[in-house]
Write a protein that binds this ligand. Structure first.
Ligand code: 8ID
Ligand code: ZN
Ligand code: ZN
Length: 354
């Protein structure tokens, strides 16, 4: 195999300043540092986090100018001198967690998303909406060669995050999980991972397209339309055989309301897992009910390297099949417009060659 020729220039989608727009343009290709790899990104999913970054939604400073993107799947084309355990030509994924210190309390316990020195792809360092992206070798996901790079890209954030969230929920096979925001990127993968983990699913979202995808394609047992329902709390409880509510709730919606509702329909002893990050939102739960029902409410943030490898392995085994649509990277702005309107069923994946 002839070595990959790395060009000096490449296409990228760049946020220049705080004007909430991306600009498709040519920029220089960077060289990896001693502990880094350069990945030729082939496909990269568009996560709602990228839209939050574009809009400056969060109380966390982003780099500017910034290249977004953190679901990048591609081929390693260069590596620094210290990198020994990943080869040129290997398939790799650039995730939200671009790097971490590997030495702090959290890193030592494989809680690297909690590392205070974590580098975040597409937020504090440039991400995957470019043809050549740099990441710390220790943190890139190893992707087996028999896994297609377009379909795996949404797994690199959405898949890992919901798989971790399901584990954090403590729900056991045969139990029921409610997935709030089920028709979106994280929600569609959450349904597939939940099924693969032996859980029953109540999908909560809105619209005929999302309802159809959830019930016919993604394996939901029930669908509750939060716009049509007159009483979401009652309808979610009704969707469990004994009417006591789901054992766990995964909140992946970009809306404050369900974060203030979930504790009311979760089952006694149940767990509410907060994953979605709507701007400026607060959690709310009735103290009396939360106490006498012994409810757990917790946050869950991406996953560590092991969660990532496991989530990819579920996919490789053929257990994960969620809808995604491939468009050229030049069309990113129109993907953001659709996402803002809540029109996307599943994920959009960008082909970096177009
Ligand atoms: O590590 C983490 N915690 C993590 C990782 C990755 C992403 C967190 N996130 C966050 C993102 O930043 C974003 O805030 O998860 C959220 C969901 O990301 P996404 O799945 O990429 O977004 P999407 O594809 O736009 O899907 C959102 C869905 O929520 C539905 C929408 O209809 C859409 O299908 N939704 C909304 I908005 N309000 C709802 C409601 N009240 C709702 N569904 C049910 N009830
Ligand atoms: Zn993401
Ligand atoms: Zn650390």
């Amino acid at each position: 195999m002839s070595p990959h020729k790395i060009p000096n220039e490449q296409w990228a989608q760049v946020i220049e300043d705080g004007n909430n727009k991306v600009e498709y343009k040519k920029i220089p290709v960077q060289k990896p540092g001693p502990d880094e790899v350069l990945v030729n990104i082939k496909f990269t999913g568009v996560c709602h986090t990228d839209l939050h970054a574009l809009n400056g939604d969060w109380p966390l400073d982003r780099k500017l100018p910034l290249i977004g993107g953190h679901e990048g799947a591609g081929v390693v084309v260069a590596r620094g001198d210290l990198v020994k355990d990943i080869e040129i030509g290997d398939h790799a994924g650039v995730k939200w967690l671009n790097g971490s210190c590997l030495a702090c309390d959290f890193c030592q316990q494989a809680d690297e998303p909690l590392c205070a020195k974590a580098l975040l792809s597409g937020y504090t360092v440039d991400g995957t909406f470019q043809q050549y992206c740099i990441a710390k070798a220790a943190h890139v996901a190893r992707i087996p060669k028999d896994v297609p790079l377009d379909a795996i890209s949404p797994v690199l954030c959405a898949g890992i995050t919901v798989y971790k969230g399901l584990k954090e929920s403590g729900a056991r096979p045969g139990e029921t999980v409610a997935i709030v925001g089920a028709g979106g990127g994280l929600g569609s993968l959450a349904q597939q991972y939940a099924k693969a983990m032996g859980l029953k699913v109540i999908a909560i979202d809105t619209g005929a397209d999302k309802k159809k995808a959830c019930l016919e394609q993604l394996g939901a047992d029930h669908f509750v339309d939060f716009m049509q329902s007159k009483d979401v709390v009652a309808d979610v409880k009704k969707a469990t055989p004994d009417g006591l509510g789901p054992h766990a709730v995964l909140l992946v919606a970009v809306n404050e309301k369900p974060f203030q509702q979930a504790a009311e329909y979760v089952r006694p002893r149940g767990t509410v897992v907060c994953i979605g990050l709507p701007s400026g939102a607060y959690l709310r739960a009735p103290v009396f009910d939360s106490v006498v029902k012994m409810v757990t409410i917790k946050g869950s943030y991406v996953g560590n390297r092991k969660d990532s490898a496991e989530a990819i392995e579920f996919f490789r085994r053929g257990l994960i099949n969620a809808p995604f649509k491939v468009v050229g990277m030049s069309e990113l702005q129109s993907v953001y417009d659709k996402m803002q309107q809540g029109e996307i069923v599943g994920r959009y994946v960008l082909d970096t060659s177009k």
